[in-house]
Design a binder for this molecule. Structure first.
Ligand code: PLP
Length: 392
């Protein structure tokens, strides 16, 4: 019996946390665990612009015939100016639709493995799924320090040291914006230093851009990515529309690779298509078609941008409220104002995290990551009191 050799795997710790939160009867419990946007009422809404696009799609779609392993080409083409800006030469890149950002990460990792890349540098901490995805593609993950958690900023010397020790041809994972789980993005000067160091060491940047628009806006959130792409001949960008279009379960993403010249680009694209074919054959259509309809329609695109602005404004407002609490017990919340996107990681021990859950009904990941969108009005004051209580 071949299955007898299998070893039981631990359940996903965040899913366990969700179960425990649901089962908690306390009225004032706070869920900071799950990684999706929430409104003031704890709801993850469908964006109105996306709803409109879905209705148009249902009304006009006259065939469900296969599109091909590249997915919806219009979707990919409309995302390109948002990701690359107008300056990047089109003949230096190729892209295709993927099942979510995770599908893009996996496909990009498989492309690198097939191209002979053996190792990827991953700054710690990182999204919990990064290491398993790269490992599943046969790439060795080399963890390295890059955050000063106490000061809540990038530890540039540690990052530079890691890059300096890497071998030419190694890959390096970079979060394009709204770092998960720290919320700490490089400043413009730090991005410049990172791009130069990566180029000097001849590494292949693997940029994960999963939260564009949730930090400082669509353009600002792509600035670091563009700086890196301009500095190197070869790179990979994994993209997710699941957060900035609120499409989560529709699994909507894209992958691009950049090359110095079109001949290499064509070969890379043919490999991406072959790898996609062997993985999922073709990506699911619905989410990408809805994004395409939004982006190709001026009014829907403007509506979507307005809704995205509102998400970002809510996150920035909550960050401001948290930061205004300053030092609470052992935790200084002031630096959270500089963070971007949905996440922050607080310097708490597992015992303190468990105590906050048991005593105050505050649920956060075991790493100390909080989803800032999980706060409802009034929650932040209670959160601050709980942290004071924790320090007693
Ligand atoms: N990259 C990061 C940093 C993420 O946080 C996530 C999702 O949480 C993803 C990629 C994957 O996104 P998707 O849901 O589109 O697969």
């Amino acid at each position: 019996m071949p299955f007898r050799s299998l070893v039981a795997q631990p359940a996903d710790s965040l899913l366990r946390l969700i179960g425990a939160f649901r089962a908690d009867p306390r009225a004032h419990k706070i869920d900071l665990g799950v990684g999706v946007f929430r409104d003031d009422h704890g709801h993850t809404p469908v964006m109105q612009a996306v709803k409109q696009a879905e209705m148009r799609l249902i009304a006009t779609q006259d065939s469900k015939a296969y599109l091909g392993p590249e997915g919806d080409k219009g979707f990919v083409a409309l995302l390109e100016p948002l990701v690359f800006g107008r300056g990047f030469p089109a003949e230096r890149r190729c892209g295709l639709q993927t099942p979510g950002g995770t599908g893009a990460l996996r496909l990009g990792a498989e492309l690198l493995a097939k191209a002979g890349v053996r190792r990827i540098l991953v700054g710690q901490p990182s999204w919990a799924n990064h290491a398993p995805v790269f490992a599943a593609a046969g790439i060795v993950v080399v963890p390295h320090a890059m955050f000063d958690m106490g000061a809540q900023r990038i530890d540039l010397p540690a990052l530079r040291a890691a890059i300096g020790q890497a071998e030419a041809g190694d890959a390096i994972l970079l979060h394009g914006c709204c770092h998960n789980p720290t919320g700490i993005d490089p400043t413009a000067e730090e991005w410049r230093a990172i791009a130069d160091a990566v180029a000097d060491s001849r590494l292949v940047p693997f940029i994960d851009l999963a939260y564009q628009g949730l930090g400082d806006g669509m353009e600002a959130d792509a600035a670091g990515t563009r700086m890196v792409l301009d500095a190197v001949p070869f790179a990979v960008v994994a993209y997710s529309c699941d957060k900035n279009f609120g499409l989560y379960r529709e699994r909507t993403g894209a992958l691009w690779a950049t090359t110095p010249e079109p001949q290499a680009r064509d070969i890379v694209l043919s490999n991406l298509l072959a790898l996609a074919r062997a993985n999922w054959s073709m990506p699911p259509d619905h989410g990408a078609a809805a994004v395409r309809i939004v982006l190709e329609n001026e009014q829907l695109a403007a509506d979507w941008r307005g809704e995205l602005d509102a998400l970002r404004t809510r996150l920035q407002g909550l960050r401001g409220e948290l930061a205004a609490l300053g030092q609470v017990g052992s935790v200084d919340l002031a630096p959270l104002a500089q963070g971007k996107g949905m996440f922050a990681t607080l310097p708490l021990t597992p015992a303190q995290i468990e105590w906050l859950r048991a005593t105050h009904g505050i649920y956060m990941a075991g790493s100390g990551r909080i989803n800032i969108a999980g706060f409802a009005p009034g929650d932040i004051a209670r959160f601050g009191e709980a942290l004071v209580d924790l320090g007693r």
